[in-house]
Design a protein around this ligand. Structure first.
Ligand code: 8YV
Length: 314
């Protein structure tokens, strides 16, 4: 029996790229001129767009298996309108992403990167490093109390922080105060951690009003998507001292990071590595491949995206 044809939308990690070829008839975008009609599945990740044109060009496409919990790279309405199944990789990355959020918050508040440079530059010989803020005992707001948001919250509790949150809908039975808007949340906390999914519904949710509500002593941490924060407004707030600091894993136009940000000492900048640990990426890879195999075997998915919940057979 011939092997199913799967399109690898770049970029994929070398391991995932090879794993698809070990199991299936793997094709790449360069092959589509002659092979588009054979493709039944796609494997992709958050920086590989699967837009309406690509979906329309693949008449037999039945499944899109995304390596990542966020799937704003996929035109979901276009896929669902065709009855195409879409999966992502929730849960397996919660711990890694949550600890990245904590790492950024701690690094900004305790000036870890600046202090490291202080030692390396030999400036300790001239005197002690200035005192810093601390995370312990502070008030932290979580924008988006989903699985990752909760994993961040439980870690903050261990630091003795007071946690509050804003979500589209209030979450029942959680021990955290609910704020009715992002600005209201920001106004009542010392630090704000952004965890909401990307996409049109959250574009520039963190705007000038929210940043000003956080204020000159406030710190913003973004481990979600660059699109959720109005990046020019963030740069302006940091430069003008209207915001105290920021810890960022994601940006508006990755991998490009504006020079205005790299020039600042009150920001810590990571290259979108929230889930980037060996065990987590292995688990994400396995779940991506399991979803694909499951759909090919019997038309079901291990972890369909929430929009598929009402679909028959899922
Ligand atoms: C990336 C992420 O998917 O899960 C997400 O939404 O942003 C990351 O985990 C990962 O970098 C893709 O390989």
């Amino acid at each position: 029996m011939s092997r199913p044809t799967i399109l690898r939308v770049p970029p994929l990690s070398p391991q995932l790229h090879d794993a698809v070829a070990e199991r299936y008839d793997a094709v790449d975008p360069a092959d589509l001129d002659t092979r588009a009609g054979d493709v039944v599945g796609i494997v992709c990740t958050n920086t590989g767009p699967v837009d309406a044109d690509l979906i329309a060009a693949l008449p037999r496409l039945g499944v899109i298996a995304n390596h990542g919990v966020g799937y704003d790279n996929i035109d979901v309405p276009a896929a669902l309108a065709r009855g195409i199944a879409v999966s992502n990789t929730p849960e397996v990355l919660d711990d890694a992403v949550a600890e990245t959020a904590l790492a950024l918050l701690l690094a900004v508040r305790r000036q870890v990167v600046v202090a490291d440079r202080f030692v390396r530059d030999g400036r300790w010989l001239d005197g002690a490093f200035p005192l810093t803020d601390q995370v312990a005992g502070s008030r932290v707001g979580i924008l988006g109390l989903g699985r990752i948001g909760r994993a961040v919250a439980t870690r903050l509790e261990a630091f003795g922080c007071t946690v509050s949150y804003h979500n589209r809908r209030e979450v029942p039975a959680v021990p955290y105060a609910y704020a009715a808007s992002a600005a209201e949340l920001a106004a009542g906390v010392d630090s704000l951690v952004v965890v909401v999914p990307g996409g049109a519904g959250t574009e520039a949710l963190v705007d000038r009003e929210v940043l000003d509500a956080l204020g000159p002593e406030g710190v913003l941490v973004n481990i979600a998507r660059g699109s959720v924060v109005d990046q020019p407004a963030l740069v302006a707030a940091l430069r003008e001292g209207r915001l105290g600091g920021a810890g960022l894993d994601v940006y508006a136009d990755e991998p490009r990071v504006p020079q205005e940000l790299t020039a600042l000492d009150n920001v810590v900048l990571l290259p979108h590595v929230g889930s980037g640990t060996h065990p987590t990426r292995a688990a994400m890879r396995a779940l991506t491949l399991d979803n694909l195999a499951s759909w090919l075997a019997d038309g079901t998915l291990r972890t369909p995206i929430p929009e598929m919940a009402d679909r028959p057979g899922q």
